[in-house]
Design a protein around this ligand. Structure first.
Ligand SMILES: Nc1ncnc2c1ncn2[C@@H]1O[C@H](COP(=O)(O)OP(=O)(O)OP(=O)(O)O)[C@@H](O)[C@H]1O
Ligand SMILES: [Mg+2]
Length: 260
């Protein structure tokens, strides 16, 4: 979709070309997943009779550009998380292709935190895992802890992650991931668990990351977060693209469709 009339100077970072994604669920159906039924299948050399296919994404195409923050909206099960995982390279496409310029990072997966380690060990490991040098980690450490606000209510950063509330864990995850400039940053509702103050702070950081020339995708059911963060939004339903355009217009149509 043509936007802003400056298409010549824009650098594409993610191209999604007629993508189809199918999940295969093994052992769906009553009793078929039991050990005895599996054994009898092995003995009789019959294929599992119960592979169910879920066609989660059905022919979606779009191009995202450098410097863009793109919102992804749609009702539960419409295929948003599936789309992000596929862009991150974590799911194969059944048909079509996904081309990315730069390394995509899916927030929450790349920064897989360890529950038994303390917050500060997780910050250090997470940063090293994202490719920072030990010196860089040392210089960014305090900034990350401060941004997360984990220590606002006491010395929590030296406690194991399993003692954190889900919101605190999400905040730390976001803070680690956001410490690096990502070429393509994929965020799946990561902001939803933080409290209002943290949400504002992370929205500001997303704007910064976008300014640092990355591309940001944000999946959220919070339309205001989408409005505040993204100028472009893609609306998908049942794995199909319904609308792709300026956030204000797309969210307005989405809200209209969901009012009934
Ligand atoms: N691992 C899986 N195996 C099988 N089917 C799956 C799997 N993950 C998702 N699906 C199915 O794929 C479809 C799209 O799911 P997806 O998680 O992408 O939706 P979503 O838009 O992220 O929804 P939500 O807003 O609830 O997070 C749904 O029908 C869902 O049941
Ligand atoms: Mg989802």
């Amino acid at each position: 979709m043509a936007r802003h009339g400056k298409s010549d100077s824009r650098v594409p970072t993610v191209i999604v070309d007629d993508v189809h994604i199918v999940y295969r669920v093994h052992g769906a159906g009553s009793g078929k997943g039991s050990a005895t039924s599996a054994l009898s299948r092995i003995i009789s050399k019959k294929r599992s009779p119960s592979i169910r296919e879920v066609h989660a994404v059905r022919g979606i195409s779009f191009t995202a550009y450098k410097g863009e923050a793109v919102g992804l909206i749609g009702s539960n099960g419409s295929g948003k998380s599936t789309m992000l995982a596929a862009i991150a390279g974590l799911l194969p496409t059944e048909r079509g292709g996904i081309y990315t310029n730069g390394q995509p990072s899916l927030l929450g997966v790349n920064a897989a935190l360890m529950n038994d380690l303390t917050g500060d060990r997780n910050v250090i490991l997470g940063c090293l895992a994202m490719g920072m040098s030990p010196e860089e980690v040392k210089s960014r450490y305090q900034e990350i802890v401060d941004f997360s606000g984990i220590n606002e209510k006491g010395d929590f950063i030296s406690l194991p992650m399993r003692t954190y509330s889900s919101g605190m864990a999400a905040r730390l995850r976001f803070s680690i991931a956001a410490a690096k400039t990502h070429e393509v940053l994929l965020i799946d509702e990561a902001l939803a668990t933080g409290d209002q103050k943290f949400q504002k702070r992370s929205e500001a950081r997303i704007r910064e990351l976008r300014g640092e020339a990355g591309t940001v995708f944000l999946v959220s059911h919070n339309n205001n977060a989408i409005r505040d963060t993204c100028e472009r939004t893609i609306w998908i339903e049942k794995g199909e693209l319904i609308m792709d355009g300026l956030t204000d217009e797309v969210v307005k149509e989405y809200e209209k469709a969901n009012r009934a």
